[in-house]
Design a protein around this ligand. Structure first.
Ligand code: ZN
Ligand code: FE
Ligand code: FE
Ligand code: ZN
Length: 270
């Protein structure tokens, strides 16, 4: 089942420790190997000490077993394995992350916003709130949070940059550009990357995160990109990566970043 197109690294993979993913780590790695993916990074939902969204993440005390599980696969195995987390940005997260992240020996830290003022806006159970929400101000608040995420300097790349589109509620293109520009400026200024996340294709919006409009704006600012499947099941590894490659080429990208020990370097697209 090795694919005909060479595929890029997959830098967004979850594990059952987050309570909403399944499959053991070796099975995720095996799918990547079958697809000819050169490198994968496990990025399970980062624990927090504050009782923040505990239903969707491991406990702090479980982090050592997460690390052992990932590193236990062997760094030199096929494909190469990196050790990362997807950490939530929310008000008050900074002090803990600033102290804790540097001690964990991580290769890669995704920064994601999944909540707007306590509203789990991407949770299917809260999808109906979108029907009555002020869509423009929800996106405005979301991009404000992304700007602060970037300014925190805690993260290597932004996860699913336009996640609020998940259920199809989005501002007109012109408004979107105006709303997103300040956050993208801050992401570029912080030397951060963004991921091209194919899980949007598996959601009601049926579109890669970010949209071509936002990806073009990122390209204009020389913001580096990587690829992530956001797998919560082994068979989602590398999902739709050929489409993602077309998507980024259409936006004018020729390179993606690879990471190791939280240092990014550019490599040509496969
Ligand atoms: Zn998840
Ligand atoms: Fe996420
Ligand atoms: Fe994720
Ligand atoms: Zn995600």
């Amino acid at each position: 089942m090795r694919s005909h197109t060479a595929l890029p690294a997959d830098y967004h993979i979850h594990t059952p420790l987050c309570k909403h993913a399944e499959g053991d780590l070796a099975t995720y790695q095996g799918v990547a190997r079958d697809l000819g993916i050169p490198e994968i990074c496990f990025t399970d939902h980062c624990p927090t000490p504050h009782g923040f969204d505990t239903a969707h993440r491991m406990e702090l005390q479980e982090f050592p077993s997460y690390r052992e599980g990932v590193l236990g696969l062997g760094e030199a195995s096929d494909p190469r394995i990196l050790f990362g987390v997807e950490a939530d940005y929310y008000e008050g997260c900074e002090a803990f992350l600033a102290r804790w992240l540097p001690l964990q020996g991580l290769d890669y830290v995704i920064g994601s916003v999944h909540f707007i003022d306590g509203w789990a806006f991407d949770d299917p159970e809260h999808r109906d709130s979108w029907e009555t929400a002020d869509v423009h101000s929800a996106w405005h608040r979301y991009f404000d949070l992304l700007g602060r995420l970037a300014e925190s300097g805690l993260f290597d790349a932004v996860g699913h940059l336009d996640l609020p589109k998940k259920f199809g509620f989005r501002p007109p293109e012109g408004d979107l550009r105006v709303l997103a520009a300040p956050a993208l400026d801050k992401i570029a200024g912080a030397g951060m990357g963004i991921e091209v996340n194919t899980s949007g294709l598996r959601k009601p919006v049926k579109e890669i995160y970010p949209s071509l409009t936002l990806l073009g704006m990122a390209r204009e600012r020389d913001i580096p990109i990587c690829f992530g499947s956001d797998s919560h099941r082994p068979w989602e590894v590398g999902a739709d990566f050929p489409l993602a490659l077309q998507w980024v080429r259409e936006a004018g990208y020729t390179h993606a970043f690879r990471v190791k020990g939280r240092e990014k370097r550019a490599v040509p697209l496969p």
